[in-house]
Design a protein around this ligand. Structure first.
Ligand SMILES: *Cc1c(COP(=O)(O)O)cnc(C)c1O
Length: 411
């Protein structure tokens, strides 16, 4: 019988929090948002302790979900964890859509249908451990759904603010998971302002991306899980659909932690930050050689999850991309939809638009010779494709008439 690390008493080796800008240390066992310098806080661990506790043998005895990395997660008491059946997400090779060594990590299979479950399962558990009873967050859809689900299960009230053109399905699923959702006539950064302003009058804890220290800890499990799935090795390149960048920053952090505990060596993948041409602040900053990415005006793209005009962790995304020898690239909406169709029709895999953006970026990188066929690439399909509007061929059959086989044979 495998141990379920979501409920078992497993020690965390969390020691403190560190300001990502100044390096200032803060105690881990109180509630935090940003550091005094206004930057994201990063969780730090006693990595020697982790090395002797989170061994390959210990992992072999644990059930396949991301809680198996508990030593490298911040939660002290499993009583604060709500599990909705998180799973190790599969790596699915593209067989027909291209000739390269491409694996799609299909995150759409997580609870609430996106990788937001990772970050919010951990952040909401931490909020619970600090006695928080009310949380709020801005979202482009998936984060709100995940936050509401885990919060409801832990008896925490959850307020969600999203742009009014957020996919309707995201709004309804969030409401059905107990979230109190408000459509806002602005973008996600405007929603973020509402959440910040409400901290006083509403007394909620602000769960915005990177404005509390633990969503990134949950998101980093993508990197640990990927390494473990590949036999404690990493691919040559990772294509990541970048909005706030939590996943990219989180994986980059995870790789350093894994090296420190001896599970991987110094080799690293090139990290490719993928954005849409209609909202590409990170790409522009990368190309400008800048450390920060100014607000992107008139942000628009079919890939709602990447419509983030300004990211508080911009410098961390840019640093990870540059340190890895990677790059940032923007793809057109038309290329995103084309890649979704190409992969669906050739390989039977329905990607979400953000996942399809990584595929479009991969195809583009291959054409430009930035990635070769022999290099192993991992694409993150961060959400379930069923959550998004899809085109239809519009064919129908009228049973009141004799069946005409000619158009069917031609289809
Ligand atoms: C949130 C989200 C993203 C962006 O993820 P970050 O780690 O915040 O950059 C991409 N795609 C989907 C479907 C998302 O929900």
């Amino acid at each position: 019988m495998l141990i379920d690390a979501a409920t078992a008493p497993i020690e965390t080796f969390l020691t403190h929090l560190e300001c990502s800008r100044t390096g200032e240390r803060l105690p881990a066992d109180t509630l935090h948002n940003l550091s005094p310098a206004g930057a994201p806080l990063l969780a730090r661990y006693d990595l020697d302790g982790v090395r002797s506790a989170m061994t390959r043998e210990a992992l072999a005895a644990r059930a396949p979900n991301f809680w198996r990395y508990r030593e490298l997660l911040p939660i002290r008491d499993a009583a604060h964890i709500a599990s909705l059946g998180e799973e190790i997400t599969p790596l699915i090779p593209l067989r027909n859509a291209c000739d390269g060594d491409v694996l799609v990590k299909d995150e759409g299979r997580l609870p609430t249908g996106s990788f937001k479950a990772r970050g919010l399962a951990v952040a909401v558990a931490m909020a619970k451990s600090f006695g928080v009873t009310r949380v709020a967050l801005p979202t482009n859809g998936n984060a709100g759904a995940a936050a509401a689900a885990y919060a409801s299960r832990l008896g925490i009230e959850c307020f969600v603010f999203c742009p009014d053109d957020t996919p309707e399905l995201n709004i309804r699923e969030t409401e059905l998971a107990g979230g109190k959702v408000w459509r806002v006539n602005g973008l996600i950064n405007d929603c973020g302002r509402v959440v910040a302003e409400g901290e006083g009058p509403m007394g909620w804890f602000n769960l915005s991306t990177l404005k509390e220290p633990y969503r990134i800890e949950g998101k980093k499990t993508m990197g640990i899980e990927l390494a473990e799935q590949l036999g404690w090795a990493l691919p040559d390149v990772i294509f990541y659909p970048t909005g706030g960048g939590t996943g990219l920053i989180g994986m980059w952090k995870a790789f350093d932690e894994l090296e420190a505990i001896g599970l991987i060596g110094p080799e690293r993948p090139r990290m490719i930050a993928v954005q849409a041409t209609g909202c590409a602040p990170i790409v522009k900053a990368f190309e400008d050689g800048a450390e920060h990415a100014p607000l992107w005006e008139d942000a628009h793209t079919v890939a709602a999850g990447m419509r983030v005009p300004v990211a508080i962790g911009d410098f961390l995304i840019l640093r990870a991309v540059r340190d890895s020898g990677g790059y940032a690239v923007a793809v057109e909406d038309a290329a995103i939809l084309e890649a979704r169709e190409r992969i669906g029709k050739a390989d039977g895999l329905l990607l979400c638009p953000e996942g399809a953006a990584t595929a479009a970026a991969y195809f583009d990188s291959r054409e430009r010779g930035l990635v070769s066929a022999g290099e192993r690439a991992v694409l993150f399909n961060c959400g379930n494709g069923l959550k998004y509007p899809m085109p239809t061929d519009g064919r129908s059959l009228d049973l009141a008439k004799p069946i005409d086989w000619e158009p069917i044979a031609r289809a």
